[in-house]
Design a protein around this ligand. Structure first.
Ligand SMILES: *[C@@H]1O[C@H](CO)[C@@H](O)[C@H](O)[C@H]1NC(C)=O
Ligand SMILES: *[C@@H]1O[C@H](CO)[C@@H](O)[C@H](O)[C@H]1NC(C)=O
Ligand SMILES: *[C@@H]1O[C@H](CO)[C@@H](O)[C@H](O)[C@H]1NC(C)=O
Length: 311
């Protein structure tokens, strides 16, 4: 009986060992992730002392100007939105993990700053969420890059249309964290390596400005990073489709004054010509006003010129 139990015991021990041996050995990367995430809580801002602010550095890279809509006062741009910060809990000694210095893990697993564009109208993140990775360095610095299409509010100044220069400000801030909890920084240069020229606008500059705003209601301040996108309209299209026809029509209407008499002494041609040119001007004016914001702050140069002629 004793012998049988011992044999059975040995047998089970062998089975157990065989089972363990068939498992792949745990890698340095798995060991690191297990150690890091044992006590990690992604809901909490990762600082050693909650009185210190998390420093977040922004570095958006402009891809292209997708669309501008003067009538609804919005602009659409494509960009890669980069954020860098330090996570106190995500650091390790590379020597203990086979010299591994960098780790890529899904962004959804870690805490990340709630930074967004405050004058936002619409945002489309072009990368699916599960493909969105954070790159973590062994010293705890985290880099996140999100490709996105952003529609934000922009006040157009159209007085000089079609020779206008626009200043569209994209304002980044944290939604919940105040200036004491989160400080924002920017690089002096913006990343334009991926920028492709627009057919409608000439790019002039895309530069950051830091601003601290006090909100009276909550008695707190928030840090804003404003990126001023300065663009200048390429006027050729408008010159060819609006200005040139206007000049021709105006010339014709002036010639109309000298239209010849008919046999009975009436100037029929003059009336017809005058009416036709007036209608044409009305059509052109409608097309221009369709593209303009419904503002009373200033009329475009082109509209200003044409208004007296329509009256
Ligand atoms: C954040 O930036 C400030 C100012 O540059 C610096 O004094 C502070 O040490 C930084 N905090 C951390 C956690 O790096
Ligand atoms: C763009 O607008 C912002 C906010 O009004 C202003 O501070 C900035 O100086 C402007 N930039 C240029 C180049 O005019
Ligand atoms: C974009 O336009 C700028 C100036 O208008 C020009 O210097 C630059 O070469 C253009 N880039 C490309 C890729 O066409």
């Amino acid at each position: 009986m004793w012998l049988l139990t011992a044999t059975l015991g040995n047998f089970f021990l062998m089975l157990l060992q065989a089972g363990e041996a068939s498992k792949a050995p745990i890698t340095d990367q798995q060991r690191l992730v297990n150690t890091i995430f044992e006590n990690y809580d992604k809901a909490l801002r990762p600082v050693e002392n909650t009185m210190t602010a998390t420093n977040v550095t922004l570095n958006p890279g402009l891809f292209s100007i997708v669309d501008t809509d003067e009538a609804s006062e919005s602009i659409v741009i494509a960009q890669t939105f980069r954020m860098m910060w330090k996570d106190f809990f995500l650091s390790w000694n590379p020597n203990e993990y086979g010299g591994m210095k960098q780790l890529l893990i899904p962004l959804s697993l870690i805490w990340h700053p709630d930074i967004f564009v405050i004058n936002l109208i619409e945002i489309e993140i072009t990368l699916p969420e599960e493909k969105n990775y954070a790159s973590i360095n062994y010293d705890g610095s985290v880099l996140v890059t999100v490709p996105e299409i952003v529609t934000f509010h922009c006040k157009y100044h159209i007085n000089m249309f079609p020779f206008d220069v626009q200043n569209c400000t994209m304002r980044f801030t944290s939604w919940m964290y105040t200036a004491e909890q989160m400080d924002l920084f920017h690089l002096t240069q913006t990343d334009l390596d991926m920028y492709t020229n627009s057919t409608e606008w000439d790019f002039i500059s895309f530069l950051p400005r830091k601003e601290k705003v006090f909100h009276g209601v909550t008695e707190n301040s928030w840090v804003y990073i404003n990126y001023d996108l300065i663009i200048q309209r390429k006027p050729t299209y408008y010159l060819l489709t609006f200005v040139l026809p206007c000049v021709i029509i105006t010339t014709i209407s002036i010639i109309g004054i000298f239209a010849p008499f008919n046999d009975s002494g009436d100037r029929e041609e003059k009336v017809t010509m005058g009416l036709t040119t007036m209608l044409t001007m009305a059509v052109i004016f409608t097309v221009i006003t369709d593209q303009m914001p419904k503002t009373s702050e200033g009329m475009p140069l082109l509209g200003n010129e044409k208004r007296p002629e329509i009256k």
